[in-house]
Write a protein that binds this ligand. Sequence first.
Ligand SMILES: *Cc1c(COP(=O)(O)O)cnc(C)c1O
Length: 377
Amino acid sequence: MTIPLSAPDIGEQDIEAVAAVLRTPHLSLGPKLEEFEFSLANYLGVSHAIAVSSGTAGLHLCLRALEISEGDEVIVPSFTFIAVANAVRYQRATPIFVDIDLTSPNLNADLLEEAITARTKAIVAVHTFGIPAELDRILEIARRHNLFVIEDACEAIGAEYNGQKIGTFGHAAVFGFYPNKQITTGEGGAVVTNNTALAATVRQLRNQGRNGSNDWFQHSELGYNYRLSDINCALGVEQLKRLDPILVRRESIAKIYNSALAGFAAFVLPPLELPQRRISWFVYVLQLNDRMDVQCRDWIVREMKSRGIATGRYFAPIHLQPIYKSYPGRTVSLPVTESRASRSLALPFFNRIRDEEIREVADALVELIPRFTGRNP
Ligand SMILES: *Cc1c(COP(=O)(O)O)cnc(C)c1O
């Protein structure tokens, strides 16, 4: 593969910062953890950030700290990464899938109320592809029904809604720093909240349920090892310093794609701007028009691969995954999710992609149009 779908952006400063940690005795629970948490909280303007070993761990800790447990229901999208529903199941609670909007990849707020039951405890608002979910309505419905809102901001660091940073709206929010995200710590994630008690619980559960740092063998809760090492945190500190230019570059890549692919009826391109929102570009995903199907999309992926260009589907709906197909004992039908997922095509998208590579991808795709539509572009 000559052009990958994603690639981390690691500079000399990142490497230096990681190496510097290795020259100290503080590889875990050290000063870089504190610095990373402080920088992230400061960037977002929240009171507490707790770094954890992954975004998935962060989601699990939020649900656990909010005491979501067996018999409870949590509303989630299916058009997202499987960790969102899995974390609910780790607590033996039930994920209730709600369809997405026709015009955005996020939860359709019109469908929330009919999904709420006496067992519903929370809504996970995922900011899919870095596009802020419809927070005004989600928060209003949650308030009326006394539900928690957890923002899954793993794909959306730096995105804004009504001029306010994503991750600061719900009771808690989760970020993820896997290498395909806007910034990375290798593996890692963070929980952020303005609720001091919630933050303390998450901090305790992350570290085996320890009461504090004073007594290493005093465990008052069934906790986990969800810690993030200082090696990872050092990388996070450096990456976070570069977040603003990274987001500018990613937006400009999306713009280049959109102008190269504009005017072809075969493609529905992602909007570059949306009312009330600043997008933090996570991936560049276009849709084939609704005359195309999944076979067509998969054919394009194979053809692009044979030209050395990685493309992919984003997302494979959770409710159609083998482990969810007969869960929780009933079939779920989410027509918009299924239709969108079958026609989605993610293109190579990473900070260091060169402008000529973007054009090469776009040219290769345009060349294929007559072969899958039977018409000239
Ligand atoms: C990346 C991501 C996560 C977290 O993934 P990890 O690999 O556990 O860090 C969670 N939710 C969504 C929507 C994601 O895209």
